[in-house]
Design a protein around this ligand. Structure first.
Ligand SMILES: [Zn+2]
Length: 507
């Protein structure tokens, strides 16, 4: 046979695409060309594949002109993961192995023929399974990653010889994978936070209702400590989201070897110097996966929020609204998942002391306003919970005082509250209070009449959006308190989370 086919996968953003690889051996000047929009790494594949086949003492068609075609040709192909597939196509064209159209092969070849790990093996396995293939060959070190996909036979190969043996139906021994130490999944515990009862409660409400939350307070008051503890309060990721999240980390090359499915909600805290490409994704060359996508299913924490580039903050509006982010780059774009819970933390003013009465702050009102206005209104509009933190008192910090509640205790209440909301919204497209549109909440889910009276009285002058924010939080507090609908104390609790001293400067 002088024309043969094999399959590989290319990963773009967080999506995988099965690529057909054709090898054609013709009479003519010996050499090898790869056609079909490959990048430099695909071009270099030529040298790697040739060296690997030579060094593995497998036949190379040195008297022939070799053409490798990658299709669909219209899609850019990145990275070295096609090496193994290209080698198989060349070996098939020479009759070393028989063509097998049920197999997809993914892996980079080292010059000596070893198969090295590549980025995005899980994404590749998902793509292969969805395209109806039965078997995927992957670098042996990444078998566990590919095996997360049900209904696909995963074969780990550590050398090109293993791949040939598999195609020939011969047994082969792979070097055992060094047993990876399990990932350290310890999340900081809420028990470490002393005092800050209001903020702790706000964090619990945020976890139960899926609300975005903002902490305002002086440096060192514990804003970041609290934010880091939110993932521990959230329920473990469901199977579907867990697979999405793991695929994202696989595509980003951030999955640890031997790590299984990621079930703990991720936590991402970009520095305030983060660029647009780092936060949202994109960039000049490869599609880079942004922090908003790495935070999918978990928490995106912006510490020192007012210090971020204004355009970067504004760019968060698309993912906050739609749960996805569109990244474009020279002619093609990629839509990536980005549904996260936002935690903003900020100093209240440049000197950081404008809390409570604001007596010790040395900033003028104009300076304060300019500082806070860096966090734009439309962004703040989506944040249901805004909490001002004060310095904990000496009594609260005293180690002899009562031990604070642990993450596990609070997590239990959060799960019960979420179950309540899920039952209430059965048959509707939401399961969390934070996601229900205001008009739907107002019309379809009436609250207790006395609570309604209090709500109307105390929210005079509040915008409709402001009113909806209070209402959503009241429902979550009711869920935490085990009430069927918000009663007067639940609404009072929600009103307490309003922007009490006007620090956020929004209606
Ligand atoms: Zn100040």
């Amino acid at each position: 046979m002088t024309l043969a086919r094999s399959r590989g996968v290319v990963v773009n953003g967080v999506d995988g695409l099965v690529v057909e690889i054709e090898a054609y051996l013709a009479q003519g000047l010996p050499g090898m060309t790869i056609v079909g929009l490959g990048d430099t790494a695909v071009g270099e594949s030529r040298d790697r594949v040739r060296a690997a086949i030579h060094n593995a003492q497998l036949p190379w068609p040195s008297e022939r002109r070799i053409t490798i075609g990658l299709s669909p040709a219209s899609i850019h192909k990145k990275g070295a993961s096609l090496d193994l597939g290209i080698a198989i196509a060349i070996l098939t064209a020479q009759g070393v192995v028989a063509q097998n159209d049920t197999i997809v092969a993914v892996g980079e070849l080292a010059l000596d023929g070893r198969v090295s790990p590549v980025r995005g093996v899980l994404v590749a396995a998902i793509a292969a399974q969805r395209a109806g293939f039965e078997t995927i060959l992957v670098p042996h070190a990444q078998v566990a990653e590919a095996e997360l996909v049900p209904g696909l036979t995963v074969v780990g190969v550590s050398h090109i010889h293993d791949a040939v043996a598999y195609f020939l139906g011969e047994p082969f021994d792979v070097e055992p994978v060094s047993c990876a130490t399990p990932r350290d999944e310890t999340i900081p515990d809420l028990r470490d936070v002393r005092g800050q009862l209001v903020a702790r409660h706000a964090l619990e409400v945020a976890a139960a209702g899926g609300h975005h939350i903002a902490f305002l307070g002086s440096p060192g008051v514990g804003k970041t400590m609290l934010a880091e503890r939110l993932p521990g309060l959230l329920p473990a990721l469901g199977e579907e989201v867990a697979l999405d999240v793991t695929a994202i980390y696989s595509a980003a090359g951030k999955l640890q070897e031997g790590a299984g499915l990621m079930t703990v909600p991720p936590f991402q805290a970009p520095h305030h110097t983060a660029t647009m490409a780092a936060m949202i994704g994109g960039g000049s060359n490869a599609i880079r996966i942004g922090m908003v996508t790495l935070a999918h299913g978990g928490v995106l924490c912006l510490d020192e929020a007012a210090e971020f580039d204004r355009a970067v903050l504004d760019a968060l509006r698309q993912p906050l609204e739609s749960g996805v982010v569109t990244v474009s780059r020279s002619g093609f774009s990629s839509v990536m998942p980005a549904r996260f819970q936002l935690v903003l933390a900020s100093n209240p003013c440049p000197c950081g002391q404008f809390v409570g009465t604001g007596a010790s702050c040395s900033c003028s009102p104009q300076v304060r306003r300019r500082y806070m206005s860096r966090i734009s209104g439309p962004l703040l509009d989506r944040i249901d919970l805004r909490v001002s933190l004060e310095k904990p008192t000496m009594v609260e910090l005293d180690p002899a005082s009562d031990e604070p509640e642990s993450t596990q205790d609070v997590n239990q209440r959060v799960r019960e509250a979420r179950a309540r909301a899920t039952r209430r919204f059965q048959g509707l497209p939401w399961s969390l209070n934070a996601h229900v549109p205001g008009p739907v909440l107002r019309r379809r889910f009436p609250i207790d009449p006395d609570a309604q009276t209090l709500l109307m009285r105390d929210t005079l002058g509040l915008s409709a959006r402001g009113l909806d924010r209070v209402l959503r939080v009241a429902w979550t507090i009711a869920d935490l308190n085990g009430h069927d609908r918000p009663v007067i104390t639940d609404v009072a609790g929600a009103l307490a989370f309003r922007d009490s001293n006007g620090s956020w400067m929004t209606p």
